[in-house]
Design a protein around this ligand. Structure first.
Ligand code: ARG
Length: 420
């Protein structure tokens, strides 16, 4: 259907709203074009009241008073702006750090981690404001619709969902026309569609335009956060990250809260061109899509965490945890934050991370992050045992041949069977 059709979509899934039952809608509102058009369109087409919710997860440079003013101008009955940075860092980023969360070898999941919190807050505010329906601005091609709707359907079976952008299929031109007709401010020129951006404390993604063209190398204007490495300072910088039980607590010896620490790490990383990822992603909905990521904080913090964790873990713990980290990242990527397996995995992550205390030094230089120093009271490491120079101490080198004989026994027998 187009924006001007009178018919509204009938529900497919049990949690989708029947248009006749929509009375008061909680709209997840970013202040951008799509959700601004939605704010008007829902009032007009559903004859419904709209309450907006805007969640601050640490998007750099956002002016929330402007967002609120816009929502009120467009007829919102109530406007809620929630600063959820602390909760995001404590309940979502902390477990992600403990799980070294990374999807597809490069995406640290900042959007995937933000969506369940945004959807949970939508449920809280919908209930508090007497809404029967939650509206979001996701399209039908992404993972975000899965994350948001799975969360709402899990936490609030009594609430329904509408996703106008997914159902109206308005082209950008129609949308701009609708915006003009309805007094919705349209930023910038209309010739070039902007990148589709999502960002928070843990990173920023850009999609659309030339990014969809796989053999088009990144144009510089996409990097609004991280300095391109070739323009980064010629002097390297050493940064130390101190962790306690898997949680970063100090940067360069200065203790600070996690939100502040992540903001400070991002700032240092940005300067040195760290955390740029050009990524093709296997989406849950079947597509492969290219994203450009800027993840300066994650590049520093995950590198430090992973290194320290390996130092305090045994060979068996370290090998086992890789598989669990991978499973954790997949569940979160796929929008199943509330799946009990994630909690089960967290129990293991917490057990291992009880030992992850110490300090890692990293050298940042023109886009690279390299571990240069490590220290931990829990390191499974003894310098005198590992030493080339010392003859052994507790480590008996004369025991090694017996070990090798038994350790290689089955492999040797099998080789002989096959090769005579
Ligand atoms: N591709 C990433 C993901 O699926 C980032 C999505 C960004 N979302 C957005 N609405 N622009 O998690």
């Amino acid at each position: 259907m187009s924006a001007n059709d009178q018919t509204l979509p009938r529900p497919t899934a049990s949690y989708e709203a029947d248009p006749d039952q929509v009375g008061r809608v909680l709209l997840l509102y970013s202040g951008g074009l799509d959700t601004s058009v939605m704010l008007k369109w829902i009032q007009e087409r559903y004859g419904a009241e709209v309450v907006t919710l805007t969640v601050n997860l640490g998007q750099p440079g956002e002016d929330y008073s402007v967002v609120e003013g816009k929502a009120r101008d467009l007829g919102a009955r109530e406007c809620h702006i929630v600063d959820a940075r602390e909760e995001f860092a404590r309940d979502f980023l902390t477990p992600a750090i403990k799980a070294n969360a990374m999807y597809g070898d490069g995406y640290p999941l900042f959007t995937a981690l933000g969506r369940p919190l945004i959807a949970k807050l939508a449920v809280d505010y919908a209930r508090r404001s007497g809404c029967d329906t939650i509206a979001h601005g996701c399209t039908g091609k992404g993972n975000d619709q899965v994350r948001i709707e799975a969360t709402i359907a899990t936490l609030a079976p009594e609430l329904k969902v509408i996703a106008p952008v997914r159902s109206w299929q308005m082209g950008r031109e129609e949308e701009i026309e609708y915006a003009r007709e309805n007094g919705i401010p349209v930023k910038g020129g209309t010739e070039v569609a902007p990148y589709s951006i999502d960002d928070n404390l843990w990173g920023r993604s850009s999609e659309g335009r030339w990014i969809e063209d796989l053999d088009h190398a990144p144009e510089e204007d996409v990097f609004q956060l991280v300095t391109p490495p070739e323009k980064a300072p010629d002097e390297p910088q050493i940064v130390t990250v101190e962790l306690e039980q898997g949680v970063p607590v100090a940067l360069d010896g200065q203790r600070m809260g996690l939100v502040e620490l992540l903001e400070a790490a991002a700032e240092i990383g940005q300067r040195h061109g760290v955390g740029i990822v050009d990524h093709i992603e296997d989406r849950i909905v079947g597509l492969k899509v290219r994203d450009i990521y800027e993840t300066p904080a994650a590049a520093i913090i995950l590198t430090a965490h992973k290194e320290l964790e390996r130092l305090v873990g045994t060979i068996h713990q370290n090998r086992f945890k890789l598989a669990l980290d991978e499973q954790w990242a997949y569940l979160v990527y796929a929008g199943l934050w509330w799946e009990p397996l994630r909690g089960d995995l967290d129990a293991y992550m917490n057990a291992v991370n009880a030992q992850v205390t110490g300090t890692i030094g990293l050298k940042l230089y023109k886009g690279s992050v390299r571990v240069v120093t490590r220290s931990s009271p829990n390191a499974v490491y003894d310098a005198s045992l590992a030493s080339f120079a010392e003859s052994g101490g507790l480590f008996s080198q004369s025991a090694s041949p017996g070990f090798i004989e038994l350790f290689s026994l089955q492999s040797r027998m099998a080789w002989r069977l096959r090769n005579g």
